[in-house]
Ligand binder design. Structure first.
Ligand code: PMP
Length: 360
């Protein structure tokens, strides 16, 4: 007789909840920080022609050399730094964790943060330490520095801007953390397209800094491409954990093509940023809604009875993210992704009826 499933599967996996992605069929989808705009018709036609001729019987270029040249240019990667690609940046978090996971090793982040930091720490056998942000969602630098001394984390992940709060942390405080860290620090710039700040130029100053980006939020979520930028000595080690063909041939081709038209995604990001201002103002004008500052393509807000408001919005066909209950600092908080002006209006109208106060 084989052992039972719960004798075979590791206990930490048995007690883990899978990352939940709700069904969104037929809904106004404002829950996942996607860019709401599609690519222009002429570019889609070009992509269709490229894809029609692709050799799908062959493995992709494992080094994605041509795509990396385009990414280097598009992202302003400093000379002397290498790039490692992932099937989304999720996969890069996993690669980094696998590389440093040894018995008792700690993965540290802030709380609230992107849920996958904790989930990946758990399934790669690491200890997770989440240091609470202050009530205004700024970094608690003293608490971070104390925790670093105590836990000696092998890796620290800091999202800049942070998800789900949307804010950029104080850059000086992040630099202090990088300097104090005994291990590697990954600055996760998933929302870079919507923020006017980056640690890219700081890579040369800090030997233990790695910088992560993704194409998901700026318009190519379906293609799954994330990248890690850092010193060759780091990336040579991490490359050993990257599965050989993790980035498919269609992703490589299509991303490279889109990067030949840098204005396209930049203009879409600019439209999203403009809408972010409109949305924030409309939300602030509602009584009973607290709106937090954002440098990302989503807005965190607090309302009375967030769980109820979330469900009522869902009934009206608007899907956002309910964060109530996920962390004490997020009591009654909701997160809404910036959509098209039309989608945002429908969300605002539905919210307005629910909280029964007029929008100015
Ligand atoms: N980092 C942060 C901070 C995120 O919010 C997300 C997506 N929600 C990711 C990484 C992962 O993005 P992807 O795997 O699509 O690149």
């Amino acid at each position: 007789m084989p052992n039972t499933l719960d004798q075979i599967i590791r206990p930490e996996i048995l007690s883990l909840s899978a990352y939940h992605v709700p069904s969104s069929i037929g809904m106004i989808k404002l829950d996942a920080m996607e860019n709401p705009y599609s690519l222009p018709k002429n570019l889609r036609d070009e992509i269709a022609r490229l894809v029609a001729n692709v050799s799908t019987n062959r493995y992709p270029d494992t080094n994605a050399a041509s795509l990396k040249v385009a990414l280097r240019e598009a992202m302003g990667v400093p000379l002397g730094m290498d790039i490692m690609l992932g099937n989304g940046s999720d996969e890069i978090i996993q690669i980094v964790a696998l590389a440093v996971s040894r018995p008792g090793a700690v993965l540290m982040s802030v709380e609230p943060a992107f849920a996958m930091f904790r989930i990946i720490a758990t399934f790669t056998g690491m200890e997770y330490s989440g240091i609470p942000l202050k009530a205004d969602f700024s970094l608690d630098l003293d608490a971070m520095l104390t925790a670093i001394t105590k836990c000696q984390p092998a890796v620290i992940f800091i999202a800049y801007p942070n998800n789900p709060t949307g804010n950029l942390f104080d850059a000086e405080a992040v630099s202090r953390i990088i300097e104090a860290a005994p291990g590697v620090v990954v600055v996760d710039e998933a929302y870079h397209a919507f923020a006017d700040a980056s640690f890219m130029s700081k890579l040369t100053q800090h030997p233990n800094l790695l910088l992560m980006r993704t194409l998901s939020k700026s318009g190519l979520a379906g293609l799954r491409l994330g990248l890690l930028v850092g010193r060759p000595e780091w990336l040579t080690q991490l490359e050993k954990l990257r599965l050989p063909y993790n980035v498919g041939v269609i992703t490589q081709l299509v991303v490279e093509k889109v990067l030949q038209y840098p204005d396209v995604l930049q203009q879409q990001a600019a439209a999203i940023k403009a809408e972010r201002v409109v949305m924030s103002e409309c939300l602030k004008a509602l009584d009973g809604v607290e709106v937090f500052p954002t440098d990302a393509n989503f807005i965190l807000l607090r309302v009375n009875e967030a769980g109820q408001v979330f469900l009522e919005l869902k009934k009206r066909g608007v899907l956002i993210k309910n964060l109530d209950g996920s962390h004490p600092l997020l009591r009654d908080c909701l997160r809404v992704t910036i959509g098209t002006p039309d989608e945002n209006e429908q969300f605002l109208e539905a919210l307005q009826t629910l909280i029964k106060k007029p929008i100015n």
